[in-house]
Design a protein around this ligand. Structure first.
Ligand code: 3PG
Ligand code: MG
Length: 403
């Protein structure tokens, strides 16, 4: 992968760059600008080099239609603030407004195209359709820079196809993220502990499979833990469960035991009748029960205090930690303790601690932790998990290909 400095003198050159500005919004308000801040080093580098920069990005899943709900307007405003200069937003992606906006750029200026997912071809499965759109993107630049790490697992026109048409380089964010993930998979300082949470076990099966080969210890919390408890034959009441994967979880537990690896599951859980997501409150009383004795009719919504200690000890004893996925329904105060305890333990690691993307990154900031308290907060949830699954990421492979 080339770096930006290898693209030569960029003064007066047009650079088209892919960033991942898929930030969480509450109406028009950005609730976590981590992904925008993460793009600043490369954007400033390009600006300082005197390039004329057109930024491509997506927000949400507008499914090929222009929809103000998914406009990048809040992103353009925040980016302007952070850069201290106005970033103009084109009214379309590759139409007249985009062309005019790009043509009007002076050296060192940055503009944003509208949400690339307004274009139906952006996410098309048809290579020719994507290539046609990518050619329009490529017309906006003399070179392409890929810096949207959070989307490099997507084979999409602004991520993959455009890189085939222009001299391309990885931005500093993509470089940094891939360097760290390479360290985790190839040469982690040991013990290497991986903490996985989140609601859906199905999302994590491949990563568990691959990490059982690489990590020393796997710690499991979040909604997915109940499928593991069920695999051990425990009563799980009304807790979330993925029946179709109970056998797979059982196999992982057996495989881990045979390979001398540790899978740490909670010993206790916080339960209630349920959770009212809209009101952000538990339904019924919150109780702590043993993990093998969840009462019928109750749902597990966070790990319990004994488990917090158990997890925190495992994390603090590690030299390398990767964490993805909350331990409970952290948006509800009463069920945020497990996630807080894990985040706190990560800040105390004497070694490399990595928070993996999306929801986990937003969770730690939401809970009041500073970015600097961790070794690295990834901007890519799906992307970092697919990397750890050992999959090829199209947005990276295309940068590695010779042109
Ligand atoms: C993300 O937030 O996961 C990335 O921006 C990719 O978005 P997507 O999952 O909608 O492709
Ligand atoms: Mg996603």
């Amino acid at each position: 992968m080339k770096s930006v400095s290898e693209l030569g003198d960029l003064r007066g050159k047009r650079v088209v760059i892919r960033c991942d500005f898929n930030v969480p919004l509450d109406g028009q308000t950005i609730t976590d600008d981590g992904r925008i801040r993460a793009a600043l080093p490369t954007l400033t580098e390009l600006r300082d080099a005197g390039a004329r920069v057109a930024v491509m990005a997506h927000l949400g899943r507008p499914k090929g239609e222009a929809n103000p709900k998914y406009s990048l307007a809040p992103v353009a405003a925040r980016l302007s603030e952070l850069l201290g200069t106005e970033v103009k937003l084109a009214a379309d992606v590759v139409g007249d407004s985009a062309k005019q906006t790009v043509d009007s750029l002076a050296d060192g200026e940055i503009a944003l195209l509208e949400n690339v997912r307004y274009e139906p071809a952006e996410e098309s499965k048809d290579e020719a359709e994507r290539a046609e759109l990518a050619a329009k993107y490529a017309a906006f630049g003399d070179v392409f820079v890929s810096d949207g790490f959070g989307v490099v697992h997507r084979k999409q026109a602004s991520v993959y196809d455009v890189a085939k048409l222009l001299p391309s380089a990885a931005g500093t964010l993509v470089k940094k993220e891939t360097d760290i993930l390479a360290t985790l998979t190839k040469d982690p300082a040991r013990p290497f502990v991986v903490v996985l949470g989140g609601a859906k076990v199905a999302d994590k099966l491949n990563v568990i499979d691959n990490l059982l080969k690489i990590a020393d210890t796997l710690v499991i919390g979040g909604g997915m833990l109940f499928t593991f408890l069920k695999a051990q034959g425990f009563e799980i009441g009304n807790s979330i469960v993925d029946e179709s994967n109970v056998e797979t979880c059982k196999r992982y537990l057996d495989e881990a035991a045979a390979a001398g690896k540790q899978i740490i599951l909670p010993v206790d859980v916080r339960v209630a009748d349920g959770a009212d997501f809209a009101a952000k409150t538990p339904q019924g009383d919150v109780e702590v029960v043993a993990a093998d004795a969840i009462p019928a009719g109750k749902a597990g919504l966070d790990i319990g205090p004994e488990s917090e200690k158990l997890f925190a000890d495992a994390i603090r004893g590690a030299k390398t930690v990767f964490w993805n996925g909350p331990m409970g329904v952290f948006e509800i105060e009463e069920f945020s303790n497990g996630t807080k305890a894990v985040a706190q333990a990560l800040t105390e690691v004497d070694g490399l601690s990595v928070v993996g993307g999306g929801d986990s990154a937003a969770a730690v900031r939401d809970l009041g932790f500073a970015d600097e308290a961790f070794g690295h907060i990834s901007t890519g949830g799906g992307a970092s998990l697919e990397y750890l699954e050992g999959k090829e990421l199209p947005g990276l492979t295309v940068l590695e290909e010779d042109k």
